[in-house]
Write a protein of this length. Structure first.
Length: 305
């Protein structure tokens, strides 16, 4: 088993590590999501609609390959962690939860990543190769996986990973900051996931929840916003309906917009909403102001670009 130091840093060594509220929250059907290597396709395929609904209260978020976490404690085969690039509740700078120790590694060489230029995966899913000879990929990772740049050729980025130096095709990624953070670019990127089924707690190309989509698309452009919708709303500069522009986040709350925030999506000029709706549905664009519920629950918008 991987040795992790309490109070030290670790890095996710699977394509997607699901972050659980407690180790006891795991069900037998969740075993494919706990393994090394992880089997995201097998996990999703094995769950029924009711199984996916039952993730509420069990799962809170996910971390991607190479993502840095702080280890709070290790109990048997589980590590209590804080996801350092996912601002959490009430202004917290990180997001807490539990991850199988088998999905983490110490990888001390990645500690210097804070001072290195990063490559972000821009394909929906991308192979990572052990060498640039285009042989069998060592791993397939998600959109928005971010890894330190070591070197490059005409066709590849050489990156530092939890498994050592690996190679990513330039057609699957780019240097962070290469594209500007604009409202139009945010919507263009989010639109690539239209048709992807909603997943509670999801922050990867295997499925998003509503705030996970908003968090991930902003992070792809280097902008870190809070993980959850209520915190996103509190963190941003408030906007009225009349002030909304393409790429703004729009929020919806209980009690006809005056209660707790329960949903978020991207606004598109002309009165459209791009969002991940709920379990059983897929990322979509809808006519916002003619919807049977959202106009009554509109709480306001905010802008991060």
């Amino acid at each position: 088993m991987t040795y992790l130091e309490t109070g030290g840093y670790a890095y996710v060594k699977v394509a997607v590590a699901t972050v659980w509220r407690q180790p006891e929250a795991v069900r037998e059907k969740d075993r494919p999501a706990l393994s090394y290597p992880v089997d995201m396709d097998g996990w999703l395929a094995a769950m029924t609609h009711d199984d996916k609904l039952d993730l509420l209260g069990r799962v809170d978020t996910q971390c991607l390959y190479g993502e840095k976490v702080l280890v709070k404690q290790v109990v048997n085969e589980w590590a209590q962690i804080e996801a350092l690039s996912q601002p959490g509740n009430s202004g917290a700078q990180s997001y807490p939860g539990w991850v199988p120790v088998a999905q983490l590694t110490r990888a001390k060489e990645l500690d210097k990543a804070d001072y290195m230029e990063m490559v972000v995966v821009t394909s929906v899913k991308a192979p990572i190769y052990q060498d640039p000879g285009l042989q069998q990929p060592a791993l397939v990772v998600s959109y928005n996986t971010q890894l330190p740049l070591v070197d490059e050729t005409d066709s590849f980025y050489q990156v530092l990973t939890p498994d050592g130096e690996r190679w990513v095709k330039k057609s699957d990624g780019e240097r962070c900051g290469q594209r500007a953070l604009t409202g139009e670019n945010l919507v263009e990127e989010a639109s690539r996931f239209i048709g992807l089924e909603y997943l509670w707690g999801g922050t990867s190309a295997w499925g998003f929840d509503c705030s996970g989509l908003a968090h991930t698309i902003h992070k792809r452009f280097g902008k870190i916003v809070p993980r959850d919708a209520g915190d996103q709303f509190s963190y941003g500069t408030p906007l009225s309906r009349e002030e909304l522009r393409t790429g703004d986040l729009v929020f919806f709350a209980h009690d006809e917009g005056k209660g707790s925030i329960h949903h978020v999506g991207f606004y598109i000029e002309g009165g459209k909403l791009l969002h991940a709706p709920k379990t059983g549905k897929s990322v979509e664009i809808i006519d916002l102001w003619n919807h049977d519920l959202f106009p009554k629950e509109f709480a306001g918008g905010c802008r991060f670009f």
